[in-house]
Every structure is written in C-alpha cells, then in structure tokens.
Write a protein that binds this ligand. Sequence first.
Ligand code: SF4
Length: 404
Amino acid sequence: MTDADSFGTAVGITGIWPEPPKFWSFSALDEVALCPRRYALSRASYPDLWDRPGYPERVSEAALLGTAIHEGVEVVLRELNQVGCDSLADARAVEVIRCLGGYSEIATHALNEQLGKLELNPRMLPRVDRLRQRASSRLTEMRRAIQTLVSRSPLSLRKPGTDRVRHAEHRFDGRLTVGTHPEATLCAREDRFTGRVDLVAVYPEHADIVDFKTGSHSERHERQLQLYGLLWLLDDVANPDGRPIRSLTLGYVDDVRAVALPDDWEALRIGLREEILTADDLVRKRRPPASPGVHCWHCPVRQLCDEYWESTFVSRDPGSVITDAAVRVLSRHGPSSWNGTLVPDGTAVLLRTSTEDAVFELDREMRILDLVVAEAEDLDGLILTLTQHSEVFGPMSSITTPSA
Ligand code: SF4
C-alpha cells in the first residue's frame, strides 16, 4: 500500500481505496456508472471503524424486508427442490412447508437472520431495536410476499443432481444439472462477470431464468436479467453443454413479466466487456470522480463526499422537509437546543435534539444527515430537528449522537 492508497475525509474518517474486483457484478457496475466515487467510498476499507470491507451500510426498513423476503423464498425453494417436488399441490410440498414451521415462521426466521447481521454493523447497532419493532409489525405482509413469489416459481422437473462440486477455477458452484436451482451463482471467468441468480430451471434442451423483485418494475431489472442470461451462456462450468436460454422472467409480488431475449448476445457481451474495462479504469484512480445529482439523496456515503456538500443537491427539492446540512454550532440555546449557522451561507439555525444528552463541540463543522427542517419566523433562519433517522458526522470524539 502506498500513501496514495489511503485517504482522509472532512469528518475525520480515514480509509483505504479499493482495487477493482476480480469479478464484477451487475450492481457493482451499475454503481460505478452512477458515481465512481460512491462505489469507491462504499467499498473502501475503514480499519478505524471496523474490520470488515466497505463502509458500514445504512439499511432501510424496505431493504431489510426485501432481503428477508428473498431469503424466505430461497429457503422454501431449496427445501422443495431437495425433495424433488414438482408442484405446490404435491403433498410433499405441504409437508415441506409444515416442517419449516409454515410461512409465518419462515418469514420470522428470515427477518431475524437479517436483523442478526445488522447487530455486527456499528452504523446500525443503535437502530436495530427500532427496526426490529417496525419490521415485526409487517410480518403478515412478508409472509404473503414469500408465499406469492414461491407460487410464481417454476417448480418443475425432478430433483436436481448433486453435481455441484466446487470447480477449482469457478467462483462458487459447479455444473447445474437438469432441475431447478435457487440462488445459483454463475460466473463468466474470461469476462470477469458474476451474478447470483434467484432461480435457474435447467431442462434437457434449454434453461429458464427467473429473478424475484420486491419493488416495482424498472428497465434496469430487464437489463439485469438479460445479463444473467448472458452469464448462463458464458458460464462453461455451470452450463458446460451450452444449453440456450428459453425464457427470462421477472417475478414481482403482484405481477409477472417476460423479458425479451436479446437479439444479439455477442453485442451484449461486447458492451459488457467495455463496461468492465471502463469501470476498472475509474476504480483504479485513487480519487475516483464524483458525479453529484439527485441520486446523492440516497447515497450511503454522502457524509464523506466533499463534492456533494459543495453541490446544490444538499438542500434536496424545495418541497422536502428532510434535508442534510453542514452546521457550525456556536452556543447552547437550551437543554436540548443549540444555536448555529449553516456552513455555506451563514444562515442562522436552531438545532434541536430529542434528548439533553447531545454535546456538540463549539465552532466546529458537522455534517448532519436526514434532519427535519422548518422556517423559524422569530429567528430569521431555520429550525433543524434531529430525529431517530438523523446521523451526525464530525469530530466524532466530541459529539454524542442523540438517541431517539
Ligand atoms: S454523494 Fe453523490 S457525488 Fe458523492 S459519492 Fe455519493 S453519489 Fe457520488
């Protein structure tokens, strides 16, 4: 590692830039295309924060539920597959679901698994209990989503062979034999592209690919699925016989969409290769370029990104009551309020916290995410209120982030 590999940030957090990955995934390429800096900051190492790769993720309730639903579907499909079930009407399917404790238990277990992972994340630790409470109240919705997505799966064929011995050069799995394969990891070694496909159904003459989505339809989902089709064709370990793709399907909770096969797989492959070379070049830069835009509002590392704080996107759209703000605290106003100014233009602010525990170092700049903002008529400025969703970044040793 050289000095150029490490970086500091205005909020006192230091990190080490990442190298391009050995294998690119669809979501990683997508993130580089959106903003190379976001990709690099998200995947840099932060040895002072924790010993895991990447910046600790901020997980929303929707993302948590989506992942848990995926997990629940995978568990059911795997078990159905194990007993060679070819229909949900099959008595063995009923028995499998019963042995798993029923759909409610499957949903609860999947949710608890995901919440357990968050307890290892320093950014999420103070929020896990609240998230658990809120997510638990949506278990019925989760159960229904898992049940619906399972019912949309092609449970055809016989039990797949167990011919999935690890291949020395393949990233994860070996050959996928005739059968249905939930959560199959495919890898195009020569093209350095990999992906975890929700379901590959392999038939003697062809294969079908299904991807489940908990959100609403987007063209991005269609491109992802076409690239998964390409991945299947290029993976000479999982698909050594070169079985063609028969269909690509997106399964939503309330819809099913067939995705057209590309007219020209080779053109798709050439485009992917170029995308990967471009991504390699961008990530190798020791300060990858930043591309500020409205997407910054949901960027998980915006607290570290100077370009964002210097852009006009910090204040979000005029109608939003949620904002990010760089604030300089000047004096204590009351037990749970502080006088300060906005850093860029000196606008007066009254910073309110929900407890009296928060202590801010005076005359230092802080970056605060997700504040509630309101006009303060008697102050000729703004009232900024910290909520349980807010995060404070700055000279961390001097700030106690208020708990809600
Ligand atoms: S805040 Fe915006 S510009 Fe900065 S890293 Fe995130 S997405 Fe990129």
